[in-house]
Design a protein around this ligand. Structure first.
Ligand SMILES: COc1ccc(CNS(=O)(=O)c2ccc(S(N)(=O)=O)s2)cc1
Ligand SMILES: [Zn+2]
Length: 260
């Protein structure tokens, strides 16, 4: 279902670099073919413990809007699931479309969701900094959560209310208490596979953990994402939409599921 729009997204300034890095064998995002995923009974439940006071600010970086966390200690971490170590929360952000027919980065049985949340964590047990972890095969763990159109999400609303303050690229607003676990579905089921960052530097350093169940958000909340801009104040306005990377080849990878 790679429509014209997606090919344009592929050529979008965001990804002028080659679609996949030369020699890339584990690029993201991918289509998750449910029937090809393999149940792994040895996968543990994912344990998530976030400290809401580690929240710092919201930042429009010209790709998406990031909610960044103080990752100088182990106060907000995930452990278990497919992970060998515990990983520290660094930031979360979203990808979304201009319309509700697409917007997610991963697809399930070739179905797009209107948006996708990424919670980015790094392996502070084995690496001294985030920047170094980004370059290592087991350096990052990103939890992906699909957003679907439905009921208004009260937890997301506090974030949506702050977005007008970060309309332009390189604007920041203080955001000092937020618990991102309110954005996770209650169902523990997930898929997991070895992949990459979906924006430059596209490094193959991510253990992806994609939640099976989406969360529900309403139209107004998706529209609030779409009123953000890729462009800085004073530049000709370009709406921040379709900030997702095209699907990448699965190559020699297996997607495992934590559920039967
Ligand atoms: C060398 O310094 C660096 C290196 C890399 C970054 C990129 N930022 S990042 O790692 O948080 C992510 C980029 C894309 C993400 S996605 N859509 O796959 O979850 S996460 C920042 C600073
Ligand atoms: Zn992302």
């Amino acid at each position: 279902a790679c429509s014209r729009k997606n090919r344009n997204a592929a050529l979008h300034p965001l990804w002028q670099s080659p679609l996949t890095i030369p020699g890339g064998t584990r690029q993201s995002p991918i289509n998750i073919q449910w029937r090809d995923s393999v149940y792994d009974p040895f996968l543990k439940p994912l344990k998530i413990s976030y400290d809401p006071t580690t929240c710092l600010h919201i930042w429009n970086n010209g790709y998406s809007f990031l909610v960044e966390f103080d990752d100088s200690t182990d106060r907000s971490i995930i452990v278990g699931g497919p992970l060998e170590n515990q990983y520290r929360l660094k930031q979360f952000h979203f990808h979304w479309g201009a319309i509700n027919d697409w917007g997610s980065e991963h697809t399930v049985d070739s179905k797009f969701y209107p948006a996708e949340l990424h919670l980015v964590h790094w392996n502070a047990v084995e690496y001294p900094s985030f920047e170094e972890a980004v370059m290592e095969g087991n350096g990052l763990a990103v939890i992906g959560v699909f957003l679907k159109l439905g009921a208004r999400h009260e937890g997301l609303q506090t974030l949506v209310d702050a977005l007008p303050a970060v309309k332009h690229k390189d604007t920041v607003i203080e955001f000092d208490v937020f618990d991102p676990s309110c954005l996770l579905p209650s169902c523990p089921d997930y898929w997991t596979y070895a992949g990459s960052l979906t924006t430059p530097p596209l490094t193959e350093s991510v253990t992806w953990i994609i939640k099976k169940k989406p969360i529900e958000v309403d139209e107004d909340q998706l529209e609030a994402f779409r009123m953000l801009l890729f462009t800085s104040d004073g530049e000709e306005e370009k709406r921040m939409v379709d900030n997702f990377r095209p699907l990448q080849p699965l190559m020699d990878r297996t997607v495992r599921s934590s559920f039967q």
